[in-house]
Ligand binder design. Sequence first.
Ligand SMILES: [Fe+2]
Ligand SMILES: [Fe+2]
Length: 240
Amino acid sequence: MTTLTDAIRKHHQSLARTLKAHAQGANGDETQAERSALLSFLKGDLLPHARGEERHLYAWVDGVVREHGRPTATMMVDHEFINDYAARIEVAARRLETASGDERVRLMREMRELALRLDAIVELHLAKEERVYLPLIERHLDQEHQRQILAAIHESYEQEKKMPGDHALDVRNVVPRERHPLIFDTYASLQPGEAFVLINDHDPRPLFYQFQAEHSGQFSWDYLEQGPEVWRVRIGRPAA
Ligand SMILES: [Fe+2]
Ligand SMILES: [Fe+2]
């Protein structure tokens, strides 16, 4: 860390903390004083920060990224956040299936907040791709390349839909007494937010009850296909 990057990180922390405090307090019945505090933070802190970066930092960033970096790295960070929010929404939705009373109210509020935040991230992300990347592609990539990219995107999209980023564990040819240990070992190897797809030749209901007994609240269970010949279940470990 240098004096410059340290100062930027510290300012980011303070901007994020202040903005979060305003956002969390916001419920529609702010006082006049709270509203003007928010406005003066936006106009006196957040926007000048952005203008300062544009005027004095980004030209240098362009240079070092061109020389040493990868311009799409920032977009990959967006994707990471989008994945993370999707996982958190999935966890909240799953908990809502069984929650009641105060817990249910709290989870509904959390769902709404997560969805709004994801919406803001996606809105920004799509604007960046459409305003910055797509015009460059239109201008500088020939039609044949564009066709190839489109075909590759379609193909990986179709595969993901069949199996959303998860590896498959096909136990149809595994001897029955070894099936459950294998499945629990696979589950144990998952990082939070990861999942695998179990493929079996019968409905693995008994396994579900064993998961409930041993890993209550720490696993997700989604049927992707339910017979009559093949059963596919997505089993996951919720994001921490
Ligand atoms: Fe910044
Ligand atoms: Fe994207």
